[in-house]
Every structure is written in C-alpha cells, then in structure tokens.
Design a protein around this ligand. Structure first.
Ligand SMILES: O=c1[nH]c(=O)c2nc[nH]c2[nH]1
Ligand SMILES: [Zn+2]
Length: 437
C-alpha cells in the first residue's frame, strides 16, 4: 500500500547546520510524501498544498498550543546488551566496571533467546524516548547481534548495528580468535544487508584498542574500506585506559594514531568519548572527517572526566550525543542534552571567558549534529527537502510541564530541553512511518 501523504501544520523546528541558531517556523506546513520531506512552507499556502499533493483531511495534523514537530533524536553511541545493567555498577571506573559488571553480562548473549528479550525492550524503550536513529554496540555474538538488527527492522528504528570484535585482554568466556572475529564480521555484514532494510546498516565495531590487537584492527580497517562500512569504537575515555593503550602500542605517538595506523579512521567513523584527546589528535580527526560521540552521562557516572565539546567544535570535529547506556544510566537523548549542558557549565567554572553550550546548541547536537557524526546527514537529521521524515511530535502540555502562561517558540524549546521526558513525545516517525509506542 502506498504511504499516505501528510501535512503537519503549526510550529516546526529544525537545525539548518548552524549550532548556534535553530530554524524556527511558527506557522508552517510541512508536507511528507513517500516518507520524505516534500516541502516546508508558510501556513498560508496550506490550501494550495492540499490541492497540489492531494492530501486528505485525515492526513492533516494540526498542532495545538504547546505542540511542535522537530527532527528525531540521534543516539550516536549505546550498548544494547548492557540494558539490564542500566542504573547499576557506578561504584567502579571504566576498566574495573568492564571486568566486574559488563563483560559477564555481555557473555550471556551467546543465548539468542535472552538477546531477543532484551533487544526487543531496548528498541522499544529508546524509540519511545524519541530516538529515531541509534548507533548500537551489540556483543561478539553474530547471531544475537542479528536479533538486534531484526528488532530495529521490525519496530521501525533507523540503526547502525555493530557485532563487537574482541581478541585480546578479555575474559576467557568472552573473547574470540582473530579468525572467528573476521569471519563473523564479514558474515554479519552480509546477513544484515540481506535483510534488505535500508535504514538498518552494519557498523564495524572493534571494542577499543585494549580489546583488539593491531593485526585484527588492521584487517577490520581493510574490511571497512573494501565494503564501505561505517566504523565505531571508543577512544580516550579514562586515564587508566589511555596509559594501558600507551603500554600496548609504544610505537604510536597517541591513541588516535593506533586507529589511524589500522585504517579505522574514516569519514564514516564515530569515536565514543574523546574526553582526553590532544590537540594533534583533534587536528587529525578534523582532517579525516572522523567524529566524536559525546556521552556526558557516562563520563560522569563512570567518573571518567569532563569532555569539552566547545573545544571539539572549535577544532572542526563533528560531534553528536550518545547515552552510552549502560555506562550512562540514561536511555534517552533528552537526558543526554541536559547532561551535556551541565557538564559544559561545570567546565565554564574553571575557565575565563568560556561560554557553555546552550539549549539551541544541544538540540542541534541531538539531531543534525548526530546525523553528521554518523555520516547519515544526507538521509536524516533535519527537514531539508528530499530527506527522510524522521521526526517527533512533541507536546509540552504533558508530563512534567504545565504551560500556565503563553510561551514563545524559543521558550517552549527551552522547556523541552530542560523538562521533557517520554510523556512529551506524542508521535515518532521514522522514514515517514509512525512507530507503535
Ligand atoms: O563506556 C564504555 N563502555 C564500554 O562498554 C566500553 N568498552 C570499552 N570501552 C568502553 N567504554
Ligand atoms: Zn560505550
């Protein structure tokens, strides 16, 4: 059945690429045809557009006071298998946290039935919080990672999905040989592509430089190049981690160089955290077009440190937001926006003339910034004509917010950033299809 052509009428907000200033249309009409943005015009043109696009009355969504449409949220970094641990285990820092809580849980995804139960819940929970695009780490298990891909396909989430690679410094019950790691990675890429769902794609996922030896990383870099696949990993999250990487790779002048030597830094690579990246590393990322996923909740919860997003942006590094669940205790990019603001404010306390992030900038990072960070910005991230309609209908009359006076469009957006939760997300669309929440 052909997809209905729809019109959304009222307040429409998105980023055109300038993080400092959103593009706000107070009385607008957005037409969605075949799941894509057909036009964004002033409301006066509604009668003509109804005629031109043959839009039926039932497919005109008129927003009321307090409601608006914005692009869907992009989670550039989260771990689906860690969902059962969300909210647990923040008494340890990264390396001990991995050994104590995370690896034992992830090892249990050799059981695909367990994976099905968790992954169904993760996709549902994140979609319900407005995450229309998610970039997932799964585990080393190919078959249960495919379960996650099928869940995204079935529930209608746009996703990059990574079978994790780990052949070093890992527990005996959660490690793979180089041969198995490469075979299953290529097999996974073939099988996920065979699902034939364009919005669900693979991402090559060496866990981090501690869990993979140089040979495995180089082979993965070559696969990424050969098959034109996205890449994700972690970098410079924690001081102990950075020291260990230095010991393991004494010939590399910094952490980014380890990945660069392995051909893992590309325009389609996203690196999680980057709290302690050096200026020379930022210059390299900027030159290549590799991005950083900023995960403020995780960086605070695991006591990793404070990432200076302003500095990344000033160095022309692409940045998106990530929950890093369960390193972070939140599953929601609404939470990530708030935590990004808090961390940026804390950084400003120790710096002269430092202007912290503001609410418009975090909305940009959560939408178009995230899409750019995942190299998906030709498809999603804002309402440019021809992009897929990944969007939220937000209602600030619900949940924790009472609209007891008249608020301007920018005030409503501020309230969204500081107050909203899933009760404010009335509808979620991915590629024009309404998700069942
Ligand atoms: O926050 C993190 N979560 C993880 O699972 C992980 N693995 C390596 N480095 C990591 N950092
Ligand atoms: Zn992570």
């Amino acid at each position: 059945m052909a997809m209905a052509t729809r019109a959304f009428v009222g307040l429409i907000v998105h980023s055109l690429g300038n993080p400092d200033q959103l593009d706000v249309h107070e009385n607008a009409v957005l037409v969605v045809k075949d799941g894509k943005i057909a036009c964004l015009e002033p409301e006066e043109r509604l009668p003509e557009l109804i005629e031109q696009y043959q839009i039926s009355e039932a497919n005109i969504v008129k927003m009321t006071k307090g409601q608006f449409v914005m692009p869907g949220l992009v989670d550039t970094h989260l771990h689906a298998p860690q969902y059962p641990n969300v909210g647990l285990g923040y008494d340890k820092t990264l390396l001990e946290w991995l050994d104590t809580y995370t690896f034992p849980l992830e090892a249990s995804y050799s059981d695909a039935a367990f994976a099905e139960k968790v992954y169904q819940a993760v996709v549902r929970r994140t979609l319900n919080a407005g995450t229309t695009t998610a970039c997932y780490f799964a585990t080393i298990h190919k078959d249960s990672t495919l379960v996650l891909a099928r869940q995204c396909a079935a529930q209608g989430q746009r996703a990059l999905i990574g079978k994790v690679n780990m052949n070093a410094n890992s527990p005996d019950n959660y490690i793979e040989t180089t041969e198995a790691s490469l075979r299953d990675t290529e097999g996974f890429i073939q099988e996920i592509r065979a699902l034939g769902v364009a919005r669900v794609q693979p991402v090559i996922t060496p866990r981090f430089a501690i869990s993979c030896d140089a040979n495995l990383m180089l082979k993965l870099g070559e696969i990424a190049q050969k098959l034109d696949v996205h890449v994700q990993t972690h970098i410079s999250e924690n001081k102990g981690e950075i020291e260990f990487v230095k010991e393991l790779f004494p010939d590399c002048k910094n952490y980014a160089e380890v990945y660069n030597k392995a051909k893992l830094l590309t325009k389609k690579t996203v690196l999680a955290h980057g709290v302690y990246l050096l200026d020379e590393e930022l210059q390299l990322l900027s030159k290549i077009g590799t991005s950083v996923s900023h995960c403020p909740n995780s960086n605070t919860s695991l006591q990793s440190g404070m990432c200076d997003v302003k500095r990344l942006l000033q160095n022309n590094v692409k940045v998106g937001l990530g929950t890093d669940m369960s390193g972070g205790y939140g599953h929601s990019i609404m939470d990530a926006m708030r935590q990004a603001l808090s961390v940026s404010t804390c950084i400003s306390f120790n710096k002269e003339n430092y202007k912290p992030l503001d609410f418009q900038q975090v909305i940009h990072l959560a939408t178009l910034g995230g899409a750019e960070a995942l190299a998906l910005d030709e498809i999603t991230g804002n309402f440019a004509v021809g992009k897929e309609f990944d969007a939220l209908l937000v209602d600030m009359n619900a949940g924790p917010s009472d609209l007891i006076k008249d608020y301007s469009a920018l005030e409503l957006l501020q309230k969204f950033v500081y107050l909203a939760d899933d009760r404010n997300i009335k509808q979620v669309y991915v590629a024009g299809t309404l998700a069942q929440l």
